[in-house]
Write a protein that binds this ligand. Structure first.
Ligand code: SF4
Length: 216
């Protein structure tokens, strides 16, 4: 037995970043097990349970197997495991460009400032809109991103209202992403242009390349 900090890991894999600022870059993904939310469109339900306990050192060793400086820590909800914060800091110490994908339901103020936080604001269509922790918006840095996954026109209008209410584009980059298989991407692009929004429209590259297959 070891007392070294450990994390429950669903998978560590190498793929192309499918979204956000570093889309298209070869990236190591560290997917932590567990999530307290249950979004209707969740595509990683296999990460809710199971997983393998790994020490931080073992995770760092696995990441080092790949020739990339980009690492994304994701889930599940990675912040639900307390040692996630240590992992993020250790990755930054090693010189990686580190991003964190988080639901926006847990406190992000404690995340190392070197980490690029990609923070969801859950829309009504997710079924988890009540979980948004709006205090998080005060802890966004200019290099961070706020992401809306939009399921329908009502979600779009809700997102627009939040964009204006919190002046999100003044804080960091704002991503509008169509819910895969639910909201037509071309239609969403049309709305963004018609309203001349200061947001970045994105589609999930990995879904177009590999569909919903795990490990991408
Ligand atoms: S927060 Fe992410 S991992 Fe958790 S249920 Fe929602 S989409 Fe799935």
């Amino acid at each position: 037995m070891t007392d070294a900090p450990r994390l429950r890991i669903t998978e560590i894999f190498y793929s192309l970043q499918g979204e956000a600022a570093t889309v298209g870059y070869p990236t190591v993904f560290v997917r932590l097990t567990g999530c307290p939310l249950r979004c209707d469109y969740c595509d990683t339900t296999y990460a809710f349970t199971g997983g393998t306990w790994m020490t931080l050192e073992e995770i760092l060793e696995r990441a080092a197997c790949y020739r990339t400086r980009y690492v994304t820590v994701t889930g599940g909800e990675p912040l639900a495991q307390k040692h996630c914060l240590d992992l993020l800091a250790r990755l930054c110490d090693r010189g990686y460009h580190v991003s964190l994908e988080t639901s926006g339901a847990l406190d992000v103020s404690v995340v190392d400032a070197r980490v690029i936080k990609v923070v969801d604001l859950k829309t009504p269509g997710s079924g988890e809109v009540e979980r948004n922790r709006y205090e998080n918006l005060d802890h966004l840095l200019a290099h961070d991103q706020v992401k809306f996954v939009i399921c329908d026109r009502a979600d779009y209008e809700w997102s627009l209202e939040k964009l204006r209410q919190f002046e999100l584009d003044q804080r960091c980059e704002v991503l509008f992403s169509p819910s895969y298989g639910q909201q037509d991407a071309t239609e969403l692009a049309g709305w963004v242009l018609a309203d001349q929004l200061p947001v970045r429209m994105q589609v999930q590259l990995h879904k177009y390349l590999w569909g919903d297959a795990p490990g991408h």
